[in-house]
Design a binder for this molecule. Sequence first.
Ligand code: AMP
Ligand code: ZN
Length: 279
Amino acid sequence: MKNKQFIASFEKTVKDTIQKYNLATKKDRIFVACSGGKDSTTVLHILKKLGYKPEALFIDLAIGKYSQKNLENIEKFCKKEKIKLNLISLRDEFGGSVCYIQSRLKTKLNTCNICGLLKRWLLNRKARELKATKLATGHNLDDESQTILMNLVKGNPELCAGLGPKTGVIKDKKFVRRIKPLYFCSEKDIEKYSRIMNFPVVYEPCPCSVTAHRKKFLYMLNDMEKSNPKIKLNIVNHFLEILPEIRKNKKTEKLAYCSICGEPSRKETCRVCTITRVS
Ligand code: AMP
Ligand code: ZN
């Protein structure tokens, strides 16, 4: 496929996903959670191109040169595309980097889990403070199919209730709904799109993610894809058929607010306060 055709077809997939799953309207105040990488930069670019007015939200994770480069890149990109960039510093919020927080924990959690928890907590709080009505992430077909399998293998498909192109099993004024415009786009196509568009992004994975449990699922699915090119799409499409059933049970669940930070939580103390309040 020629580049021009590829770009048109890629952008159409994103546009169709937004429409089919009702991800956003032009009235929405959309904030894109930007890591400085190819996925979220692509989301930001396409939302702007489709006529939405997205702002960017970047968390400086304090992972040395990697974070520095990502910040430089997203600053450059937002300046060029005239998009407002909002910054959050993990160091200011939690006193240090993810590795620092990990080193102080009593129970051992892997870096990616801690990072994921802190990011979700910070992004939701900041997006709400900025009066966002939607929070878009760069999650793609590969991420989603891996997560579905990981939850199944854990023997806990209920964990999938929060997945899908748009979150929001439990509606709560403190929750900003998350949307995934790249839900049906493969990692490979996103990289191709980003390279053709010449986005200023780092293509290397986060240096802290080398041992991530998720990688096993990534290798497995990529290997199986060689004989079944639709495997990821099949997993996600089948999952979407059963998602309403999985969510049904969750709807009755009560949501409270963390007694320490006041953020939405299923327990008296949220997971972020549980892991960061050590000493
Ligand atoms: P990850 O947890 O690294 O797989 O990233 C999932 C999504 O979270 C990305 O597609 C981004 O939308 C968002 N994200 C990741 N890192 C950051 C960051 N440093 N700042 C803001 N958003 C981020
Ligand atoms: Zn809390």
